[in-house]
Design a protein around this ligand. Sequence first.
Ligand SMILES: NC(=O)c1ccc[n+]([C@@H]2O[C@H](COP(=O)([O-])OP(=O)(O)OC[C@H]3O[C@@H](n4cnc5c(N)ncnc54)[C@H](OP(=O)(O)O)[C@@H]3O)[C@@H](O)[C@H]2O)c1
Length: 263
Amino acid sequence: MTDTPINVLLFGAGGRMGRHLFRIISGEGHRCLEVEARQDPDVRGALDEHLLKASMVIDFSSPEGTTLLLERLLVRPVPCVIGTTGLTAAHHEALDVLAERVPLICASNFSVGLNLLLSLTAQAAGALAPESFDVEIVEAHHRHKKDAPSGSAQVLVASVETGRASSAGRASSAGRARKPDPVLFHGPGMTDGRPTGSIGVAAVRGGDVVGEHTVFFLGDGERIELSHRATDRVIFANGAWRAAMWLLGQQPGRYTMKNVLGL
Ligand SMILES: NC(=O)c1ccc[n+]([C@@H]2O[C@H](COP(=O)([O-])OP(=O)(O)OC[C@H]3O[C@@H](n4cnc5c(N)ncnc54)[C@H](OP(=O)(O)O)[C@@H]3O)[C@@H](O)[C@H]2O)c1
C-alpha cells in the first residue's frame, strides 16, 4: 500500500475492465498513464516513455496487446499485474524472465470468491476418489469473450489435479500411485462416454454474463456442486488493484492471488 500518488501505466484503458480500473485508480488520487495503441503510430515509443515514469503496469488488453507490452517491459522492467486471458506458453516464458527482475502477478481471475473456489476445489478433489466421482467444469461468459474455455476453468482443472495429486501422494505411500487424468473439452453435442478420472470442461457463451464457474463432482446417488457467480466486473478490477498495491515493495518474482489474499 502507498499513500503517495504513483503513476500507473494502464494498458487497455478504454476497454470494459480498463474503464473500471481507471475510476478506481484515479479515485484514489493516483495517475493513469494511457496508450492509445490503435491510434498511435509509434506505440512502442509511447510505451517506453510511460514505462520510464510508471511505478506499476496493469494490463487488461488482448494476447496481442500483452505480447507488445511484454516486449517493452523486458527492456524497461516495471512491476506489473497482467489480467489479460488467452495467453500462450511464449507469454508465460517472457513473464518468467521478467519476474527475475520485478515482482509480478498474472492471474486469469482477480476476484476473491473465485480464488477461494480454487482452494475449495482442490480440497474436494483430494477427498473424493476419481473412480467414484466424475468431475465436470462448466463456465459461462458474455457473447464478446474471445477465448474458450476460460482461463479460470483451466486453473480449476489444475486445482482438481493438485487436489488429486496430494491425495495420491498420501495414498502412494500405501501403494496406490495415479497417472495424470485426461481433460475433455466438450463442444456442441455430447461425448461418447467418459474415461474414469477424466476432467470435463464445457463453455457457454452469450448475453451479458459476467462470469460463472461450477465444478461438479458427480457420484452415484449424490453430487457436489461448487459455484462462483460474478455479477459485476468491478470485482476483478478491485482485485487487480489490491494485487497491484500488494506488489509494491515485494521482491522480484511471480506471485499469485493466493499470496495476495493469504489463502
Ligand atoms: N483476470 C481477470 O480477472 C479478468 C477479468 C475480466 C476480463 N479479463 C480479460 O481482460 C482482457 C480485457 O477484457 P475486457 O472485457 O476489458 O476487453 P475489452 O473491452 O475488449 O477491452 C480491451 C482493451 O484493450 C485494448 N487492446 C486490445 N488489443 C490491443 C492491442 N493489441 N494493443 C493495444 N491495446 C489493445 C482495446 O483497445 P480497442 O478498443 O482499441 O480495441 C481495449 O481498450 C481480456 O483478455 C479478458 O478475458 C480478465
